[in-house]
Design a protein. Structure first.
Lengths: 351, 677
């Protein structure tokens, strides 16, 4: 996300810079303005050399020479933002807004800073300003959709994303995100359509993975496996797709295949505990109880307060007729808040 | 699955063996002088054996005898397709198909065109070894036995599904104290699972061989010891005769038994226990028919119904399951076929009625199964039987799975099987049912938003099958004398208090005083225990539909009818905060009335008691009014006023702490005390 902000800021900076150049050609610069511009040019040079303190000094001097020099405000805000001086960045962007007629980006950037600080309400205010200033500014709709999603306002997220798609019909991310919002609303068929559209625009592993996960929801496990496989082909290090495919294989009782996927996933990401747990379940399902217990042992050693691992290990011990061990683990799981384990203790152990 | 693996190993070994046989042997070899020019004497002996074998096979269907001769001939010439096929058929008819499989394969290898049925049987054997796809192939290409092949193909499809949805259970041989080298089958248990009767074809003193070459069937019993092991089985002398005696059914308390004897085409006999021994078994009137074969029997929870199997005319085909109801004279009549939901054109055998009062288990060849006999259950609700449900693999296999019984709590079952690893022939196996799959939760993860690295994780439970546990209360009681603690032979009546209907009558064991009642949930029961010269004991079990399985053990101490003795009348109920008797009290009031009539010299005190909620004045008044209501009922029935006195003690004489609702409920009671005799 930071990378995106940086790229955006730099792009905006260059756009603003070129605008300033255009203005130069038609406006006669008086002496203070000329000095301001020279200082600004020095600031740009320092900025490019990552001499931020020097750049800030030049920009402050530039603004002192010409308090209406909006480009100087903008670059100053960019530098503050890059140096994580968010308050100064917001203040400077507000100053820029007072001086510039191109306000949409500045509002957007302020919103972005608030969003990153999880101040969603403030972010939404600035995004509204941005959209009011420029109803075609799709980035603001997009950021607004992300905020809605994170606030679990999926209907609103869909509205914003639909707007993004109207403005930018080839923006694949928007289709992906709208698919995800629809997934959260359990509109699985519509979600699949959106993910499919994202894939048509741009074949990305994440889109395939997400579509696969919706197919899991509607119990089309074989199709889910196909999607996860496509994701893995596109990104062989996409370990979460390997884990998800393993789970889909459990569902179709391909336990051997599931174990292979979880093991491969763990080769990519060795401390990915979900895959260890899922592999334990796959071992259990294929009656390889000792290996299942070994996986659950690993999880318990890493996180002794994980009741689910105790539950799983107890269930496995039951199958190797270790009733005492199973009861101890069910009891531990119950103590750690796993309600179903309480029933197991009651029904299986107190007889 | 262990069983499945063993079967697969056997299958693979057989295939490997046949492969080597195939290499070392040549083509079909007839029993002719041309084929054996130098072994005239041996050839003649082999031909004679074949002739004798064919006679036993074709004329008498004595496959054991036929096999004996065929095997001798096969020793001389193992390369004859016809002989190998005949040996296979003998084993098949004797329910030992795994022993015959290599002979079938040998026959096909020697001459694949010898008999058109061979492909069908190859399908059967592949089905037996769980090779369902291969089996379907052979059934499809078999040109004979088409109708049967279609049924087998369906079974293979069902079998594949059943393998995928394995029932969680442990299956263990019950051990050498029960099983022997010979066949053991027909396991029958008491509802609490502590006594096991079974049929065995083992040898022993004065046990002869039956015409089929095995020993006659006899009945044995074993008791479950405190270590949960079955004690050494004992021969039940009083139930066994010189010929076949096979146990078929047992009342849930173990005091009545139904056995099969080979009379009149096969009849059912009943015997009751007295002095801890079964009496001479007698044919069950109303059930047996001379022209038909009656077998298998199961008592309903109240003993008022017997389910049995019969091949009598008018059924749906072969053996069907019927029920007979006990009439007022104590005889079974009103025989009804259970109908087309349960019975099919094929065999239905080995019925067992669960103590929950609504479920039957039975074996059938006609329902949707894996092959051979499979075990099913059905419940009787809303006046109809539910569609039978297959109890699943590994209890059911492609072979014959029969003689299934299950304890009242639904956790332990028994059945007979000739699976590998046994002690010889059919053995009795213990099935420990582990219930539905335990909960497992797996985790998935997605990056739902394209520009957010924040993962979205989800946990999901693996789907489990919800199996409803049986809903009943098992009351295990012992009736003893209050003072001497010696066991008492008592009558136990079970009433439905909703309508005061007598549901069933039982007796305690005359030696041990023990009894066992199954009380299916959904009724308000009164259990009345009566014995000569004793005050009766009554208890109330109000079990709503939702009441789950529970076992209650009680020692019921009966009090002699003597001055000063008192009992709680547990089934007398009043309207809330009033002295008006509820209709549910009628049965108990009648018990008191009968006691007073039977003992005309006694005078009694009827006392009312309350909990401590409210003032003493109020409770004293209420308790007295309630006692008066009881006295009035008895006076209205004709008991002399001077024999009855009513007292209201309020909350002065609690029998339990008033600190809990349970305690307060106990304290709200009516008592009966003998004042004079």
């Amino acid at each position: 996300m930071k990378k995106y902000i940086l790229i955006s800021l730099i792009t905006i900076f260059f756009i603003s810079f070129s605008n300033a150049q255009k203005k130069d050609s038609i406006i006669v610069i008086e002496s203070t303005e000329h000095r301001a511009e020279q200082l600004y040019n020095n600031a740009v040079k320092s900025y490019e050399e990552k001499a931020y303190t020097e750049a800030i000094n030049f920009l402050q001097l530039s603004i002192a020479e010409n308090q209406t020099f909006s480009d100087a405000y903008f670059l100053l805000a960019v530098i503050y933002s890059e140096n994580n001086n968010k308050q100064q960045a917001i203040k400077t962007l507000n100053d820029y807004i007072l001086q510039s007629e191109y306000k949409d980006t500045a509002y957007y950037l302020i919103a972005k800073i608030y969003y990153e600080d999880k101040q969603y309400d403030s972010a939404v205010v600035y995004l509204s300003n941005s959209i009011q200033n420029n109803p075609k500014y799709y980035q603001s709709y997009y950021l607004q959709s992300i905020i809605c999603f994170e606030k679990a306002q999926y209907e609103d997220a869909i509205l914003n994303l639909t707007k993004v798609i109207e403005i930018q019909p080839n923006f694949a991310h928007a289709f992906n995100d709208r698919g995800s919002a629809k997934r959260m609303l359990e509109k699985y068929d519509e979600a699949i359509d959106d993910y499919s559209m994202a894939i048509v625009i741009d074949k990305k592993a994440i889109y395939y993975n997400n579509r696969g996960s919706v197919k899991m929801k509607i119990e089309k496990y074989k199709e889910a496996i196909d999607d996860y496989s496509a994701a893995i082909v596109l990104d062989s290090n996409y370990f979460i797709a390997l884990n998800n495919r393993g789970v889909a294989k459990i569902e179709i009782k391909d336990y051997k295949g599931a174990i292979t996927d979880f093991t491969l996933c763990l080769e990519k990401q060795k401390d990915y505990y979900s895959a260890i747990s899922n592999r334990g379940i796959a071992y259990y399902k294929s009656k390889r109880y000792k290996e299942a217990i070994a996986d659950f042992d690993t999880l318990i050693a890493v996180n002794p307060s994980d009741g689910t691992s105790y539950l799983h290990r107890a269930n496995t011990k039951e199958m190797i007729r270790d009733k005492e061990g199973a009861c101890q683990d069910w009891q531990k799981a119950a103590d750690l808040g796993i309600d179903v384990a309480k029933n197991y203790v009651k029904n299986q152990c107190h007889q | 699955m262990h069983k499945f693996c063993n079967m697969m190993k056997k299958f693979i070994y057989t295939i490997c063996f046949l492969f080597f046989v195939c290499i070392s042997y040549g083509q079909n070899k007839e029993f002719t002088k041309i084929a054996f020019p130098d072994n005239t004497k041996e050839l003649r002996a082999a031909q004679s054996n074949i002739k004798k074998g064919k006679k036993a096979f074709e004329k008498y269907a004595d496959y054991r005898e036929a096999m004996k001769y065929f095997l001798k001939a096969n020793d001389f010439n193992p390369k004859n397709a016809e002989l190998n096929y005949k040996i296979f058929l003998c084993y098949y008819e004797l329910y030992m198909p795994e022993n015959g499989f290599s002979y079938l394969e040998q026959a096909i290898m020697l001459d694949s065109n010898y008999h058109p049925d061979m492909l069908f049987y190859r399908g059967v054997m592949n089905q037996y070894y769980y090779k369902f796809d291969t089996a379907i192939y052979y059934f499809t290409i078999a040109k004979t036995m088409k109708n049967k092949a279609i049924k087998h193909i369906n079974e293979c499809h069902t079998g594949k599904l059943m393998l995928e949805n394995e029932v969680r259970c442990f299956i263990d041989n019950v051990g050498e104290n029960v099983n022997s080298e010979e066949d053991e089958y027909n396991p029958i248990i008491t509802a609490d699972g502590t006594t096991l009767y079974f049929t065995s074809r083992r040898g022993g003193k004065n046990i002869d061989y039956a015409p089929d070459g095995k020993y006659y069937e006899n009945i044995y019993v074993s008791e479950l010891n405190p270590n949960k092991q079955w004690d050494k089985a004992e021969f039940v002398k009083e139930l066994n005769s010189e010929t076949h005696d096979a146990v078929q059914g047992l009342s849930h308390d173990g005091l009545k038994i139904v056995i099969y004897r080979n009379d009149n085409n096969g009849d059912l006999y009943e015997s009751k226990k007295r002095n801890n021994k079964f009496q001479n078994p007698k044919p069950i009137p109303g059930i047996n028919r001379t022209e038909s074969h009656e077998t298998s029997a199961a008592y309903s929870f109240d003993g008022k119904t017997i389910y049995f199997c019969s091949d009598r005319q008018g059924g749906y085909g072969k053996h069907d399951i019927y029920k007979a109801t006990l009439n007022k004279k104590g005889k079974f009549d009103k025989i009804e076929n259970l109908g087309s939901v349960i019975n099919t054109e094929e065999e239905e055998r080995c019925v067992f009625a669960h103590p929950d009062g609504k479920t039957i288990y039975f074996s059938s060849q006609g329902h949707d199964g894996m092959g051979g006999y499979d075990i099913y259950y059905s419940t009787f609700e809303n006046n109809q039987w539910s569609k039978p449900v297959n109890v699943g693999y590994p209890i059911n296999t492609p072979g014959d799975d029969i003689y299934f019984v299950i304890t009242a709590d639904g956790k332990i079952g028994y059945y007979a099987s000739n699976q590998s690893g046994g002690m010889g022939g059919k053995d009795i196996y213990l099935i420990t049912l582990l219930g539905p799959e335990k909960l497992f939760v797996y985790n998935t993860e997605d990056n739902l938003l394209a520009e957010s690295v924040k993962p979205f994780t989800e946990s999901k439970s693996i789907k489990t099958l919800d199996i409803e546990p049986p809903k009943l209360t098992l009351l295990k009681g012992t009736v003893v004398d209050e003072e001497t603690k010696t066991p008492i032979f008592a009558d136990i009546d079970l009433y439905n208090l909703e309508n005061n209907e007598l549901l069933a009558s039982f007796e305690s064991n005359d030696i041990t005083g023990k009894f066992l009642l199954s009380l299916p949930s959904g009724k308000n029961y009164s259990v009345n225990v009566k014995a000569q010269d004793y005050l009766f004991h009554s208890q109330n079990f109000n079990l709503p539909d939702s009441a789950g399985y529970q076992e209650i053990e009680q020692i019921i101490e009966l009090k002699k009818i003597e001055i000063g003795k008192e009992i709680v009348l547990n089934n007398i109920f009043f309207e809330f905060n009033k002295a008006t008797l509820l209709k549910e009290s009628i049965n108990e009031l009648e018990n008191v009335y009968k006691l007073l009539v039977d003992n005309p010299n006694i005078s009694v005190e009827i006392s009312g008691h309350t909990d401590n909620v409210g003032s003493a004045t109020y409770n004293n008044k209420l308790s007295l009014e309630r006692a008066n209501s009881v006295v009035k009922y008895l006076i209205d029935k004709g008991i002399a006023t001077e024999r009855l006195s009513a007292v209201g003690y309020g909350f002065d004489k609690p029998i339990a702490p008033n600190t809990s609702e349970e305690g307060r409920q106990k304290n709200r009671r009516t008592e009966f005390k003998i004042l004079e005799k």
